[in-house]
Ligand binder design. Structure first.
Ligand SMILES: Cc1cc2nc3c(=O)[nH]c(=O)nc-3n(C[C@H](O)[C@H](O)[C@H](O)COP(=O)(O)O)c2cc1C
Length: 124
């Protein structure tokens, strides 16, 4: 299973536009067994995605190219045994909640890309 977390800056995203992204993301992620958390404070976004390796990598690459935000910085990418968000889905959280989670991620996985597999765009 793959874990990815990143931060970015929203491109003038309103609360309504963010809610639209979340509606789509909740459905798609649930159907594709991807769990995680997202925080948006009006400017910054932090997201954690955990699930099947290729699906999480491909989703991250799609999100990376999404013009609704900018300055995407990969915080952590690791191979994990199980998601800490199992049964909890994609949930909107406050930045301080996410900060606490980010601390536990660094303790658990370290920061940066520690996956054994390179992050590459795959055909299909
Ligand atoms: C901050 C942010 C977070 C997103 N998170 C997700 C997500 O968790 N799951 C998802 O399916 N799409 C998410 N999206 C939307 C994707 O970037 C993309 O629009 C979606 O996967 C559809 O891609 P497609 O139009 O290439 O099919 C997010 C977009 C933004 C801006």
């Amino acid at each position: 299973m793959r874990h990815i977390s990143y931060t970015s800056m929203a491109n003038g995203l309103s609360a309504e536009e963010f809610a639209t992204i979340l509606d789509h993301a909740r459905d798609w992620n649930r159907q594709n067994e991807i769990h995680g958390a997202i925080a948006f404070d009006g400017r910054m976004i932090t997201q954690i995605l955990e699930g099947p390796k290729l699906k999480v990598d491909a989703l991250y690459l799609r999100i990376l190219g999404d013009p609704r935000h900018t300055g995407v910085v990969l915080q952590s990418r690791a191979d994990i045994k199980e998601s800490q968000f199992e049964g909890f889905g994609l949930t909107r959280m406050t930045p301080s909640d996410l900060y606490m989670i980010a601390l536990s991620i660094v303790e658990k996985h370290g920061s940066g890309d520690s996956s054994a597999e390179p992050l590459v765009r795959r055909l299909s």
